[in-house]
Design a protein around this ligand. Structure first.
Ligand code: G1P
Length: 292
């Protein structure tokens, strides 16, 4: 089996929930403490050995490109000012030899459409791709969410997607699976539905934003019609894939924050602040003072 070397990160959304902050700054570039939200997902991808990150973005979001490409002018002035210690933070060693590709999605036709735009950038022999939705921030205590999926992919050669249990009143925000148990944390998917009404939800297991999908997903993306919200949905392509291939769900038990919502974004910030040894004592003290 060929290693998975390409990851697709869709980042073309308008970020309306965060206006006015996202008028000039892409939502994915908003920082959680001192790092853009997007960089957390990129680092999670690189940890499994990904060599090319394919951003599906928009021409209006130039800051994303500027962030991931080298900025020699800034590096030169840091050196000139005796601040070379900061170079690693703007041009990390782990980005060396990584290819960053930027594809414009000029029409908002949905997640399925966004993913389909990556197909021309795959190599002939790529058998599967990783997909990370950067709004979902996973803080693993040990193996990352994507690493768990990749290990299962290597073991089974099947497509694998991450799921977690969500409260009934939130199910209609997600893709929801119908599945049977394989082991304590893995399931075989029989059906999947995007943003179901509660009465139509087949379980309380919702798709969270990490996938390793077989290359056939691109064929399936060609077979689908607009679905929930009138958009081309990745979930509908996964449903199409199920006709010919096995797809496994892996239940994620670690911390996950939905940074597409204000609540999730603030919770992630608090969580990471309390995990950061440089600032956690002071932050905890401030929070306690605010509560009392
Ligand atoms: C997307 C997917 C959905 C998935 C969710 C996870 O929805 O379409 O299946 O459950 O991400 O965050 P979106 O958040 O783009 O509405």
């Amino acid at each position: 089996m060929k290693p998975v070397t390409k990851a697709i990160l869709p980042v073309a959304g308008l970020g309306t929930r965060f206006l006015p902050a996202t008028k000039a700054i892409p939502k994915e570039m908003l920082p959680i403490i001192d790092k853009p939200l997007l960089q957390y997902a990129v680092e999670e991808a690189l940890e499994i050995g990904i060599k090319e990150i394919i951003f599906i973005t928009s021409h209006a979001k130039k800051a994303i490109k500027r962030h991931f490409l080298q900025n020699t002018d800034l590096e030169d002035s840091l050196v000139k000012n005796g601040k070379e210690d900061f170079i690693e933070s703007i041009n990390p060693k782990r980005f060396k030899d990584i290819k960053f590709t930027f594809v414009d999605q000029d029409e908002q036709k949905g997640l399925g459409h966004a993913i389909s735009l990556a197909e021309p950038f795959l190599d002939k022999d790529d058998e599967a791709v990783a997909i990370l939705l950067p709004d979902d921030l996973f803080i693993a205590n040990g193996k990352s969410c994507l690493q768990t999926l990749y290990d299962l992919y290597k073991e089974t050669s099947n497509s694998v997607i991450a799921i977690n249990e969500v409260a009934e009143n939130k199910l209609s925000n997600y893709g929801v699976i119908d599945a049977s148990k394989i082991s304590r944390s893995t399931f075989q998917i029989h059906g999947i539905i995007e943003k179901p009404k509660l009465k139509d939800a087949p379980s309380n297991m919702a798709v969270c934003g990490r996938y390793i999908l077989s290359r056939s997903i691109f064929k399936s993306l060609n077979n689908i019609e607009p679905g929930a919200g009138g958009e081309l949905q990745l979930t509908d392509a996964i449903k199409d894939l199920l006709v010919s291939e096995k797809v496994i769900a892996s239940s994620y038990k670690g911390q996950k924050f939905d940074c597409g919502s204000k609540q999730g974004f603030v919770e992630a910030t608090i969580f990471l602040a309390l995990a950061n040894k440089d600032i956690n004592k002071d932050i905890l003290k401030s929070i306690q003072e605010l509560i009392n």
